[in-house]
Design a protein around this ligand. Structure first.
Ligand code: ADP
Length: 183
């Protein structure tokens, strides 16, 4: 029974883990989290530390951004993990790994990952949520490419992420008024 096991997030209802690189987090990811909160009591956003995968933002930077974005949403927990997802999941009470699907091109990779995770841990199910029609073309990779070349990504990522991207690529950060924020 859950109560007899040790772990940080036990006995708090239905929990889903949303693993990914989140390099950086986009409104596509945020939309999935918000919709998942309609189904689950808690969502753990688990940022993967993957030494093999070159990331733009360090894990600390990604954690800081995601924590700030969800600071007023207590049922979202933001964490990072190294190594196998199934080993991280074992430390929680989650039985579901949440993934977003943007297009059929995502499906094959996701199907293989979900099947492998299921074979490593038969208690772990993967739940796929379809992207919102507003964000099906949004990926962290294209956001980084566009931002690096000076294109506007406002409306596709939170303002905090827009600022962090500009800082990374040494582009001028617009003053609040110039980008039409309310003071
Ligand atoms: P990965 O590094 O495995 O590609 P990401 O960190 O980019 O994963 O994203 C984590 C999860 O969020 C993945 O399941 C991915 O398919 C999903 N995702 C990314 N962008 C979107 C989007 N625009 N709409 C819905 N789901 C998305």
């Amino acid at each position: 029974m859950a109560k007899e096991k040790k772990g940080e997030y036990r006995d708090v209802g239905k929990i889903a883990i949303y693993p990914g690189s989140f390099d950086p987090i986009t409104y596509g990811h945020i939309d999935i989290v918000e919709r998942a909160l309609e189904i689950f009591d808690k969502v753990i956003i688990a940022i993967a530390e993957n030494a093999e995968k070159r990331s733009l933002f360090s894990v600390e930077e990604r954690l800081q951004m995601v924590k700030t974005i969800f600071k007023d949403t207590p049922n979202v927990i933001v964490d990072s993990f190294k190594g196998l997802l199934v080993n991280y999941v074992a430390k929680t009470n989650a039985k579901v790994s949440l993934r977003g699907l943007r297009a059929t091109s995502d499906f094959e990779y996701e199907f293989h990952m979900a099947s492998m995770n299921r074979s490593l841990n038969t208690h772990l199910d993967t739940l796929f949520m379809m992207t919102s029609k507003d964000y099906f073309f949004v990926s962290s990779r294209t956001i980084k490419e566009v931002a690096r070349l000076g294109g506007g990504v406002e409306g596709l990522v939170p303002d905090l992420v827009v600022r962090r991207l500009k800082e990374k690529f040494k582009l001028p950060v617009a003053k609040k008024k110039q980008i039409g924020w309310d003071d």
